[in-house]
Design a protein around this ligand. Sequence first.
Ligand SMILES: *[C@@H]1O[C@H](CO)[C@@H](O)[C@H](O)[C@H]1NC(C)=O
Length: 184
Amino acid sequence: MKSTAVATLALVGAASAFHSVTMTVPKSAQVAQDFSRRGFLSTVAAAGAAAVAPALAIAADGTPAVEKVPLGPMPVDWGLTKDYYTDASKVVSHMRYATSMEKGAANIENVAKNCRQEMIDFVSYYRRFPNVSGKLSYSNLYTSINVLAGHYASYGPKFPVPEKRRKRLMEEYSQIDKAIKRQR
Ligand SMILES: *[C@@H]1O[C@H](CO)[C@@H](O)[C@H](O)[C@H]1NC(C)=O
């Protein structure tokens, strides 16, 4: 329960920074401003190019990293349908895509911005339905959303999710998918 409360604060903090940070903190302001721009949706639709991760990456210390699965085309179906399981499933898949993106990937910034907006929309919309917010899939997804939103709040939309955090998020996404499949 305590970690949930902390996670809640992280998201609220990130969301309010997103809306209220002003020019007094130039770097954060730039990030907040970038995130609040909605015009990028059309850009994303136009730039439907595939972002493919390398088949085998070598970590900085020279050891082969976990084999990467090609990411496939960038998502273009951003936004909520207002059907809970459809949306939960969509948000997880978009988060998985965003989390998998490597440094320098062509669309990393667009994906991050869209994903972040979708996460905020998802939480804002579904948190008011007790029949949804009490679900296991929702509370788990909420926790993961806080982690990814926290990453963007700290590093902005261009910086990839560090390997350790990425690995944990990927495990959480799998758990969430299972809960969704079981309608929990
Ligand atoms: C939750 O309740 C609302 C009405 O309050 C309903 O429209 C919606 O379908 C319900 N969602 C789920 C996933 O049960």
